[in-house]
Design a protein around this ligand. Structure first.
Ligand SMILES: CC(=O)SCCNC(=O)CCNC(=O)[C@H](O)C(C)(C)COP(=O)(O)OP(=O)(O)OC[C@H]1O[C@@H](n2cnc3c(N)ncnc32)[C@H](O)[C@@H]1OP(=O)(O)O
Ligand SMILES: CC(C)C(=O)C(=O)O
Ligand SMILES: [Mg+2]
Length: 512
């Protein structure tokens, strides 16, 4: 299979992302991880940009032994000298020279005619050749450059000893078909092209960086440039993890592979995100938090029966432990039962249906249904206290300048509905007074405790109460996304236990 070389520019083009600034220690940490990932070529920075960047490139050059280390340079002697200094001590150094070739850049930015561009690049290549055996030359904005001029620039770079010629789509302008064709044309028409490697460098302005890079491979590109997580100038660069996984997953189509240690991808992505502060969106291909997560019931059912129904790659490939089945309002019974098994519960069909109905009702109110939420549903469900009283509705009126007032409706085991209203010195007190009136029980609240089930603004509240009546003391527990409802549920739960206890005590007395 054809090998595609991977050129990582996270530390150079990636660092050009607005707001990103990596110090030497951070660049080194990323470079070590890139080496572990098996990156062939690491562009460590732009040494002429600042003394700090020169020092960082030098630290990377001295430390990394397995990958080629590259420094970027304009086609100017002073930049080339800076790269020379920065790459001292490198095992395998390479200079990356560039000059823009498109009409827009020639006219407005460089203020040069075609021939001046050609000769400026030639001079730079000749100067660099004295000090470097490996040179990459980039025709900046190649994507908008006349194809015949690009052929001339490439031929000149080969003549002057470049080992790689890069064809950047600097502004992410091209469509894959057009970009792939440039490579095909250069391969067919430039004399000596077989002596060098052709490289693709894409930007994601129209969201086509990965597609364009893959089109370049089909057109004959030998090397792909990009960054981890696709960070970079404006909309970013090609995300290398996307190219690597596309080649791996569709090797049948591309017939090409990289030397990357794919199981290091997830770790590398997390490190780059942490050190650059560029958060990876959840839906980002390959490395987003949801890339291997499934929420909808039909997908979860498919995944449980056979993973390939909804996964074209396995999470293990990129170093993740396993796919996630996320429980939410779109989930179905199969996934719910699987979660219960994971949590150590086996429910009968009827109990499962009841717990599932509660889960769906909760999922309607809450974004993430956590393990704690499910446990709380199960604990409620597994409790077999008969429901002598069922809480139907509660209404509470509260204002900081008025007396709290509550109205509750209880349904009795005999099927009667009892509605009562009461005031209280707080909302919970008003609810409890109304429940006392509706239940007809005289009890003392001897303990009340509230805590959150899991975290977050939409976490459920869990209330525990202890009620006392004569010699009897009972506990009650209630859970809800609303703490007043949780308080009411806990109270009614305790009343049910009290009624059950009194009935069983009466039964025992009658027997004796
Ligand atoms: C597509 C890319 O990603 S290219 C890389 C972009 N990265 C960066 O620019 C980051 C680092 N850059 C810097 O720190 C600074 O721009 C420096 C140190 C390189 C240069 O700073 P300054 O000397 O102040 O110049 P400034 O950035 O304002 O302008 C760029 C100059 O370089 C020229 N230039 C641009 N590209 C090239 C090139 N490849 N070869 C030669 N000259 C070039 C411009 O025409 C302009 O020249 P002028 O001053 O004669 O008009
Ligand atoms: C320096 C070059 C290769 C570049 O980053 C670009 O053209 O996008
Ligand atoms: Mg770029």
């Amino acid at each position: 299979m054809r090998k595609i070389y991977i050129f990582d520019t996270t530390l150079r083009d990636g660092e050009q992302s607005p707001g990103v600034n990596l110090n030497t220690r951070e660049k080194l940490e990323i470079a070590y991880q890139l080496e572990k990932l098996g990156i062939d070529r690491i562009e460590a920075g732009f040494p002429a940009a600042s003394q700090g960047d020169l020092a960082a490139v030098n630290a990377v050059a001295r430390s990394i032994k397995k990958s080629t280390i590259i420094g970027l340079s304009r086609s100017r002697m002073q930049d080339i000298d800076a790269v020379r200094e920065a790459l001292q001590g490198a095992e395998d150094p390479c200079i990356h020279l560039f000059l823009a070739t498109s009409p827009i850049h020639r006219k407005y930015k460089l203020r040069m005619e075609k021939e001046q561009v050609l000769e400026t690049a030639r001079d730079a290549l000749r100067y660099a050749r004295k000090y470097f055996s490996k040179i990459e030359f980039s025709c900046e904005d190649a994507g908008r450059t006349e194809l015949d001029f690009l052929c001339r620039m490439t031929a000149m770079a080969i003549e002057e000893g470049a080992s790689v010629v890069n064809i950047p789509d600097t502004v992410g302008y091209l469509y894959p078909y057009e970009y792939g064709n440039i490579f095909k044309t250069l391969k067919e028409q430039v004399p000596g092209i077989e002596k060098i490697q052709l490289s693709a460098h894409c930007h994601d302005d129209l969201g086509m960086a990965t597609a364009n890079s893959l089109a370049a491979i089909l057109g004959g590109a030998d090397q792909i440039e990009g960054t981890i997580n696709g960070i970079g100038e404006r909309a970013g660069n090609t995300a290398l993890e996307e190219v690597a996984l596309a080649l791996e997953t569709r090797s049948d189509f591309f017939g090409a592979k990289t030397s990357l240690e794919l199981t290091e991808i997830s770790r590398t992505s997390r490190l780059v995100s942490r050190l650059t502060g560029m958060v990876v969106p959840g839906n980002k291909a390959i490395v987003g938090a949801n890339a291997f997560a499934h929420e909808s019931g039909i997908h979860q059912d498919g995944m449980l029966k056979e993973k390939t129904t909804y996964e074209i790659m396995s999470p293990e490939t990129i170093g993740l432990k396993e796919s996630k089945l996320v429980l939410g309002k779109h989930s179905g019974r199969h996934a719910f039962r699987e979660k219960l098994t994971d949590l150590g519960y086996t429910l009968g069909e009827e109990q499962l249906n009841e717990a599932f109905a509660k889960f769906k009702a909760l999922a309607d109110k809450k974004k993430d249904v956590t393990n704690e939420d499910i446990l709380s549903i199960l604990e409620e469900k597994l409790d077999d206290t008969p429901e002598s009283l069922h809480l139907e509705t509660i209404y509470v009126a509260y204002g900081n300048e008025s007396t709290p007032h509550a109205k509750v409706t209880l349904l009795t085991a005999e099927g009667n509905t009892v509605e009562k209203e009461a005031d209280g010195n707080g909302s919970v007190d008003a609810i409890y007074n109304a429940i006392d009136l509706a239940s007809g029980e005289e009890v003392t609240l001897s303990d009340y405790l509230i805590k959150s089930v899991g975290r977050g603004k939409d976490a459920q509240g869990e209330v525990h109460v202890v009620l006392a009546q004569d010699e009897i003391s009972v506990q009650g527990r209630g859970v809800s996304t609303d703490i007043l409802e949780a308080s009411a549920r806990a109270y009614v739960d305790a009343l049910n236990r009290l009624i059950e206890k009194k009935e069983s005590d009466r039964g025992l007395k009658a027997q004796s």
